[in-house]
Design a protein around this ligand. Sequence first.
Ligand SMILES: *[C@@H]1O[C@H](CO)[C@@H](O)[C@H](O)[C@H]1NC(C)=O
Length: 335
Amino acid sequence: MAQLCSIIQFVDAALACSFPFALSYGDPDQKWVIRRHLLSLFQDFPTLLPSADIFVHNDGATVYLLNAKGHLLVSKTTPPVPLTIWVHQNYPSAPPIVFLSPTSDNPVLGYHPFVDSSGFTTLPYLETWLYPRSNLSDLAHNLVLLFSHHHPFSFPSASAMRRFTNPCLASKEEAIDRLFGALHCDVVSKRAQLDEDIQGLLRLQDRLQDRAKITTTILEGAEHEKTSLERRLAEVTEEVDKLEDWLKVHGSNFDVSTEVDDDMGAFQATDLESASRLNFMVKDKAIEDVLYALDEALMEEVVSSEQYIRQVRSLAKNQFYYRNRLIKLTETKTS
Ligand SMILES: *[C@@H]1O[C@H](CO)[C@@H](O)[C@H](O)[C@H]1NC(C)=O
């Protein structure tokens, strides 16, 4: 009560122009409305106190205004909301101006539906402000209601959310406020989802960039190898050229000998015999190899012993034939 008395004294003194600056309210009737509304506000919200200060409008106009400064208690579970409610110089036809007091430790939550990061607050109640229907105390009640749905400094609790979506609506304004808040909730959750997606994509991008680096390294290695192979090819080509040059100079002897080969029948006959010998020897050795492979196959049980014996018998017969031919060739030659 003593506090209310001193509040009344302060407001009265301020409005009576006994301050260092004259307040920017000219009309006596206006002052009377301001006094009535402020006192009603302080009575309903003892956490607010009157003060007078310079206010600079966005257009640069400087005025000396009364305000209600302090905090609003929103709920038992959420922190109080520090704020200043300025009484506009054209009050009550102009709505009051509401500023929350965010600090770096206590910033306004991102994307708040009614409060920007500076603390400037716009809400449907102020946008539809109309005297005499609207007044300061009613505004403060509206603020408490809004902040209980949407606390500017802490995320809504589950119970607050339930109250928020309760269909038994008090008024059309409240319904609109709730709708606004609900939409805001959706935006915030979508935004969080989107942020998460973006983070995921960024991580993916990092991984792809890493892979690109590795690929580039491999490509550089291959490029390097290609260069050295090309150099080697050039060297080999040069050597081939040298060889060809050498052949041009020394190669005539070979040409002569080839001609002799073609012309002389005796050499041809010898060649035929050699070819036969070679043919028989190759077949002999080939059968030797097959027999060896068959041994292995039998050991590893790839062929049955029955198959093995059959094959060995037939191969041995062939081998004997070729060896015999070879011996006969040798005998005819020596005899
Ligand atoms: C403020 O407005 C509300 C709602 O219109 C009303 O109930 C209350 O009596 C008003 N208070 C003052 C001081 O005019």
